[in-house]
Design a protein. Structure first.
Lengths: 183, 100
C-alpha cells in the first residue's frame, strides 16, 4: 500500500532508465563533444509524419551511418578523409535485404567495424527484420536498405544530393517507416 | 548512440540506447538480445504521439565502458587535428565541473 501511494506521487517509474549517451566515451572526448549540446530541448520545428498503420501492416526500411558497402561496390573513401580531416564521404550505398554476411564490408575511421564484419545485424538488422516479417510482427522489410558514412562535417552534399536519392528510392519501393541506426 | 544530440538538432522520434558505438542493436550473433532491442525500438513508433519524443530503452550493456571495445584502431583524423583543444576542454571541465 505504501509503495502504491509512492508510485502515485512519483512522476516516473522508479526503475525507469535514463540513457547516458556518453557512457562509453572517454572523459576527454565526452567533455569536448558535450560543450556544444544545449541543456534545453530543441525549440525549432521538428518534422512529423504520423504512423498510418499498425506495425504488422507497415513496410520498413533500415539505414545506418556505419559505412557498410557491398564488396561488389566501391568502399566509402577513407583515404581522402585521412588527407582532409574535415571531409567525410557524403555518398551512400544500397544494401539489398537478402545480402549475406560474406557480401559486405565496412569502413569507418571513428568506430571499430570488426563487429559489423562478423554480424551485420549489430547495426543494420536485416536478418532480424526478415524474421519479424515472417512472424507477422511487421508488414514487410523493403527490398533495399541503406548505409551512409556518419562523419559529416559539411552536410551539404549529404542532404542536398544523397538523401533525396535515398528518399526517392524508399518512396518508389513503398517504404512507410525507417529505423535509423547511428554508428 | 547519443540521444542528447536531439537537443541540438531536433529528431522526430528517438529510441536511445546505452550500447557502445558500432553495436547499436546488440552483441554479435545475440539473436535474442537483438530482437528484444528492435521490438522495443519499433514499439516507440506506436507510442510516439508528437514530434521530438525521446524514449530511453531499458537495456544494459554487459561490459563496463573501460572493457568495451568500440574505438577504431587509430585515432580519427579530426580528433587528431583537435587533440590539443580536446585536452584543454577536459582540463577546464575538471576545474569547473561538467556543464550537463
Amino acid at each position: 500500500m505504501y509503495l502504491e501511494s509512492m508510485l502515485e506521487v512519483l512522476p516516473v517509474e522508479i526503475n525507469e532508465k535514463v540513457v547516458d549517451g556518453f557512457r562509453f566515451m572517454p572523459p576527454t572526448l565526452r567533455a569536448w563533444l558535450r560543450k556544444d549540446i544545449p541543456e534545453t530541448d530543441y525549440m525549432g520545428e521538428i518534422p512529423w509524419t504520423p504512423l498510418k498503420k499498425p506495425l504488422s501492416r507497415t513496410m520498413f526500411s533500415l539505414m545506418t551511418s556505419a559505412g557498410i558497402n557491398l564488396k561488389a561496390d566501391p568502399p566509402f573513401d577513407m583515404e581522402r578523409e585521412k588527407r582532409e580531416p574535415f571531409w567525410g564521404d557524403p555518398t551512400h550505398r544500397e544494401i539489398p535485404r537478402d545480402t549475406s554476411q560474406d557480401q559486405i564490408d565496412a569502413n569507418h575511421l571513428h568506430v571499430d567495424t570488426s563487429f559489423i564484419k562478423d554480424d551485420i545485424n549489430v547495426i543494420l538488422p536485416i536478418t532480424r527484420f526478415a524474421e519479424f516479417e515472417r512472424e507477422g510482427l511487421i508488414g514487410s522489410l523493403a527490398p533495399t536498405c541503406y548505409s551512409f558514412y556518419g562523419y559529416q562535417h559539411d552536410f551539404t552534399v549529404l542532404m542536398e544530393i544523397t538523401m533525396p536519392k535515398v528518399a526517392a528510392k524508399m518512396h518508389d519501393e513503398g517504404v512507410e517507416a525507417v529505423v535509423l541506426t547511428p554508428a | 548512440m547519443i540521444p542528447e544530440f536531439h537537443r541540438q538538432i531536433g529528431i522526430p522520434r528517438v529510441a536511445g540506447i546505452e550500447y557502445p558505438f558500432g553495436r547499436t542493436v546488440g552483441q554479435v550473433n545475440d539473436v535474442h538480445g537483438q530482437r528484444k532491442v528492435l521490438l522495443e525500438t519499433i514499439s516507440c513508433l506506436e507510442r510516439a504521439k508528437k514530434p521530438g519524443e525521446v524514449f530511453h530503452l531499458p537495456f544494459t550493456w554487459p561490459e563496463e565502458p573501460k572493457e568495451t571495445k568500440w574505438h577504431p584502431p587509430e585515432i580519427s583524423p579530426i580528433l587528431k587535428f583537435f587533440q590539443d583543444e580536446i585536452r584543454k576542454t577536459r582540463q577546464q571541465e575538471k576545474k569547473s565541473g561538467p556543464g550537463l
